[in-house]
Design a protein around this ligand. Structure first.
Ligand code: F6R
Length: 366
């Protein structure tokens, strides 16, 4: 059942190139129009959307943080991302032109369902993004995009997270097209680059094992670790920290790198692991200067860097290389080595990577 892999977590991480390809199959018509019929809203209706909330829990919430960058960046629609457990107990502003996007792998998370029900009562349109056909989230939403991850068995989400990011990227492109913010040619180009991430993930899987193993050795005995980045890198850091803590029980926190000097830098002492998303992006130089400050205090820096970046080697003790990719798609590639890092650290610490303590695969009670 594990297909020759030692655990489901690794099997599912290795399936991610396929998930990207399957989630995109048949989505772009030759005319350049995106084909997402299941959304159930016309272009005209999409054009009226003036506010988006992404609601979700855990890893799915992190996919939402990534989507915020895409929805605001491409479609120029204000977007908020909120934990479903918070959203359901306040009084969010929802009108008939509000789109609520509920992201849930299992499609049965109690808080996410409650938030959907609340949003619909208030008159909002609800789209579900789920991995389970016919699940409550799918049934109770106005429209749905299915991620094509197939069944995910390991408790920690990996391949469904990648499927969620790809689906949310499609939704963001569709909104941008409906709003007239991206031209057909741009949508086509971005769609193809989104598809290219399948091969880029494969390349990371094929080449970065030894570097990730070394990085895991460098942080496995730490009491705590910090993940930092900026922009997309911040969202990637949140997910990296969650993955590490849930499977290895090593305490980890994520911070926007620019926030370091407002408090967390006090944590840094010699050997403290700082895992940085330092791939080439509009804020690369800023991230590098934050890392220099950590290095000066003796931190052990593990950097996710763009292939061929030689400057970063002067600061970071460990480098995990990522193929060059447009910033908007960097979460798809950069998240993969962080999943592998979490797994390696967990195995080194004797943890069961498929079944971490205290966690359930779906959280159907509050
Ligand atoms: C972490 C993880 C959880 C889930 C969360 C939401 O690896 O799997 O944080 O992401 O419980 O679950 P779904 O997406 O099923 O609503």
């Amino acid at each position: 059942e594990k297909g020759g892999y030692p655990d489901f977590m690794l099997k599912e991480i290795c399936e991610q190139p396929r998930v990207v390809r399957d989630t995109l199959v048949g989505r772009l018509a030759p005319t350049g129009e995106l084909d997402i019929d299941e959304l159930g809203l016309s272009f005209e209706e999409l054009n009226l959307i003036d506010r988006v909330y992404v609601i979700a829990c855990g890893t799915s919430y992190h996919a939402g943080l990534i989507a915020k960058n895409l929805i605001e960046g491409w479609a120029r629609i204000p977007c908020e991302v909120e934990a479903a457990s918070e959203f359901r107990y306040r009084n969010p502003i929802i009108t008939p032109t509000t789109l609520v996007v509920a992201v849930s792998q299992s499609g049965e998370t109690a808080d996410t369902l409650a938030a959907i029900r609340d949003a619909r009562i208030k008159g909002g349109k609800v789209f579900g993004i789920t991995n389970v056909v016919g699940s409550p989230v799918a049934r109770e939403s106005d429209g749905v995009i299915y991620t094509k991850a197939n069944k995910e068995i390991a408790v920690a989400s990996t391949k469904s997270f990648i499927g969620q990011i790809v689906s949310l990227s499609l939704l963001s492109l569709l909104l941008a097209q409906a709003k007239g913010k991206l031209k057909t040619g741009q949508v086509k180009m971005l769609f193809h680059e989104l598809g290219d991430t399948a091969a880029q993930i494969q390349h990371i899987l094929d080449t970065q094992g030894p570097a990730i193993h070394e990085a895991a050795l460098a942080c496995k005995d730490a009491a705590s670790a910090l993940f930092v980045g900026r922009g997309m890198g911040t969202a990637i850091s949140y997910e990296g920290a969650l993955k590490l803590k849930e499977v290895s029980y090593l305490h980890a926190e994520a911070y926007a790198a620019g926030e370091m000097k407002h408090g967390p830098i006090a944590l840094i002492d010699p050997g403290f692991p700082v895992i940085a998303v330092a791939t080439k992006s509009p804020t690369y130089d800023k991230v590098v200067s934050n890392l220099k400050e950590c290095e000066a205090r003796g931190a052990t820096i593990i950097a996710l860097a763009t292939e061929g970046d030689e400057d970063i080697a002067k600061i970071a003790g460990h480098i995990i290389s990522i193929p060059p990719v447009r910033d908007c798609f960097s979460a798809i590639t950069a998240s993969v080595p962080l999943q592998l890092l979490a797994r390696e650290v967990a195995l080194m610490r004797g943890c069961n990577v498929d079944q971490p303590r205290n966690l359930a695969k779906s959280v159907t009670v509050e």
